[in-house]
Design a protein around this ligand. Structure first.
Ligand code: AMP
Length: 455
C-alpha cells in the first residue's frame, strides 16, 4: 500500500518518497489509518519495522492540518518518550526528514549533555518534543517545559523503559499530561508490567501485534561457540584479527565487560570503541560516527545502548555474552544482514549460559549450528586440561612473566568443600573475604557441570 493510499497529506507523502520509501511497511499500514483518526494504539513491534514513521507521519499530518502557533507562541503538542539518547536523536532525525515540507518544528532533549542548547531550542518554540524521561522531568521541574497542550503522547520501547527503571519517572510525566490526549505505546515485548501500564494509560486502544520476530533472517549465518567465560576474550580477539571481518558489533552483558573487551582488542591492535550508558553523549556519538565511517572496526555495546545503532554494512555480530532475553538475540543479530546483505552472527556460550541458549533456540524454533572448532566437547576437554594444570579453566597465558598464581576463585574451584573449611580454619579472615567476593559455592558447582558437559 502506498503512503497516499493511507490518507497522508501531500507534503508528507512527498518527503517519504524522497527518502525512497515506496510502500508502507506492515506496521505502518496497520497503524497509520487509526492514528490519523485519533485512536490510541498499542503496538508490539521492534526497531527495524518502520515504527518511527508509523507514529511520526500521522502526528505530522494532524499537526499540519491545524494552525501552528507562531515563534515562541508555539506550544508542545506532541511528546515522544524514548529510553535512550541514541534512539531519541534518531527519532528526531526521522521526524525532521518526514516533516521537511511542513513548517513543523521539533527538538530532542536528553541527559548527559549541557542543557543550555536544549532550553534555547524549547524557548524558540517547538511542536514536537522527543525526550528521554530523566532530562524531561528535570526541565519540567525547572519550569522550562509545559506539557499541558500535548495532543499526542508516544511511549516508545516501553519494555526498555521498565528495564532501565524509568517507571517512577514515567508515572510523574504522565501525571503532567492532559487527560484528553491520544496515546501511542510501542514495545518490542509485552511483559505483564508493560501490559498493566498500557491498561492504565490507553483508552480502547487499537492493538497491533506484528508476529513477534521469532524468526531470524535467513541471510544471517549463525554459529555457537562453546567457550569458557574466561577464554572468551582470547577467542574473540582471534576472530577479530581476521582481515576478512569488515565491521563488527560485539554485545556484552555489562558496561564494565564492554570496557574490558575494548581494552583487550586495542592491546591486540584491533580498533574498537565502547558504547554504553556510562559514556557521555558526546563520546557515544563520536564512537558511532567513527564506526559508521569505518575508522573503527569494532563497536562493543550493551543491549540498552545498542537500540540506537542503525548502521548498514555490519558484516559480523558477536554475542560475547548470550542475552538473557531470547528476543534480544533476534534483535542483536538483526544488526547484520540488513537490506538483503549477508551477515554472520557468532555467539559465545559458556557453561552457565547453556540455559539461555536453550531458551533462544526454543524461541527461534531452530538449533544454532555449533562452530566446528569450538564445540562443547572441546570446551569440556579444555576445562579438564586447565584443571589439571591447576588453572581452573582459565586460558594459558604464554607471556606471563612468572607462573600465574591462581585466582582465589580458581583455587576454590579445585578444592573440595572440606579443603575450603580447612583453609578457612587456617586463615579465617583471608579466605572469608575471598570466598564472599567470588561466591564460591555458586561458581564451583557451575564449573563442575561444565567440565562434564558434552554434546
Ligand atoms: P524504524 O523501525 O522506525 O527504526 O525504521 C527502520 C528503518 O526502516 C529506518 O532506516 C527507516 O528509514 C526505514 N523505513 C521505514 N519505513 C520504511 C518504508 N516504508 N520503506 C522503506 N524503508 C523504511
Amino acid at each position: 500500500m502506498t503512503f497516499q493510499d493511507l490518507g497522508l497529506s501531500e507534503p508528507i507523502v512527498r518527503a517519504v518518497s524522497a527518502e525512497g520509501y515506496e510502500t508502507a511497511t506492515p506496521i505502518q499500514e496497520q497503524a497509520i489509518p487509526h492514528l490519523l483518526e485519533g485512536r490510541d494504539l498499542l503496538g508490539c513491534a521492534q526497531t527495524g519495522t518502520g515504527k518511527t514513521a508509523a507514529f511520526a507521519l500521522p502526528i505530522l499530518h494532524r499537526l499540519n492540518a491545524t494552525p501552528l502557533g507562531k515563534g515562541r507562541g508555539r506550544r508542545i503538542r506532541a511528546l515522544v518518550l524514548s529510553p535512550t539518547r541514541e534512539l531519541a536523536s534518531q527519532i528526531t532525525q526521522s521526524i525532521r526528514i518526514y516533516g521537511k515540507n511542513t513548517p513543523i518544528r521539533q527538538t530532542t532533549i536528553y541527559g548527559g549533555v549541557n542543557q543550555h542548547a536544549q532550553v534555547r531550542a524549547i524557548r524558540q518554540g517547538v511542536d514536537i518534543l522527543v525526550a528521554t524521561p530523566g532530562r524531561l522531568l528535570d526541565l519540567i521541574n525547572q519550569g522550562f517545559i509545559d506539557l499541558r497542550a500535548i495532543e499526542t503522547f508516544v511511549l516508545d520501547e516501553a519494555d526498555r523503559m521498565f528495564d532501565m527503571g524509568f517507571l517512577p519517572d514515567l508515572r510523574r510525566i504522565i501525571s503532567y499530561l492532559p487527560a484528553d490526549r491520544q496515546t501511542v505505546m510501542f514495545s518490542a515485548t509485552m511483559p505483564s508490567a508493560v501490559e498493566q501500564l498500557a491498561t492504565a494509560i490507553l483508552r480502547e486502544p487499537v492493538q497491533i501485534r506484528l508476529a513477534t520476530k521469532t524468526s531470524t533472517n535467513h541471510l544471517i549465518e549463525q554459529q555457537i561457540c562453546f567457550v569458557p567465560q574466561n577464554h572468551k576474550i582470547d577467542v574473540l580477539t582471534q576472530f577479530l584479527q581476521d582481515e576478512s571481518i569488515g565491521s563488527a558489533v560485539v554485545f556484552t552483558r555489562t558496561k564494565n565487560g564492554a570496557d574490558k573487551v575494548v581494552k583487550r582488542l586495542l592491546d591486540s591492535n584491533v580498533q574498537a570503541k565502547a558504547i554504553h550508558g556510562d559514556k557521555s553523549q558526546n563520546t557515544r556519538e563520536r564512537a558511532l560516527a567513527s564506526f559508521k565511517q569505518n575508522r573503527t572496526k569494532v563497536l562493543v555495546a550493551t543491549d540498552v545502548a545498542s537500540r540506537g545503532i542503525d548502521v548498514s554494512g555490519i558484516s559480523h555480530v558477536f554475542n560475547f555474552d548470550l542475552p538473557e532475553e531470547p528476543e534480544s538475540y533476534v534483535h542483536r543479530i538483526g544488526r547484520t544482514g540488513r537490506a538483503g546483505a549477508t551477515g554472520v552472527a557468532i555467539s559465545f556460550c559458556s557453561g552457565h549460559e547453556r540455559r539461555h541458549l536453550r531458551e533462544i533456540e526454543r524461541f527461534i524454533k531452530k538449533s544454532i549450528p555449533v562452530h566446528p572448532e569450538y564445540n562443547a566437547q572441546r570446551m569440556a576437554e579444555y576445562m579438564a586440561e586447565m584443571d589439571d594444570r591447576g588453572m581452573g579453566g582459565g586460558p594459558r597465558r604464554p607471556h606471563a612473566r612468572s607462573p600465574r598464581r591462581p585466582h582465589a576463585m580458581e583455587s576454590l574451584q579445585q578444592d573440595r568443600p572440606q579443603t575450603m573449611e580447612r583453609k578457612f580454619k587456617k586463615k579465617p579472615g583471608h579466605v572469608r573475604s575471598e570466598a564472599m567476593d567470588s561466591r564460591p559455592g555458586k561458581k564451583r558447582r557451575r564449573s563442575f557441570s561444565l567440565a562434564r558437559s558434552s554434546d
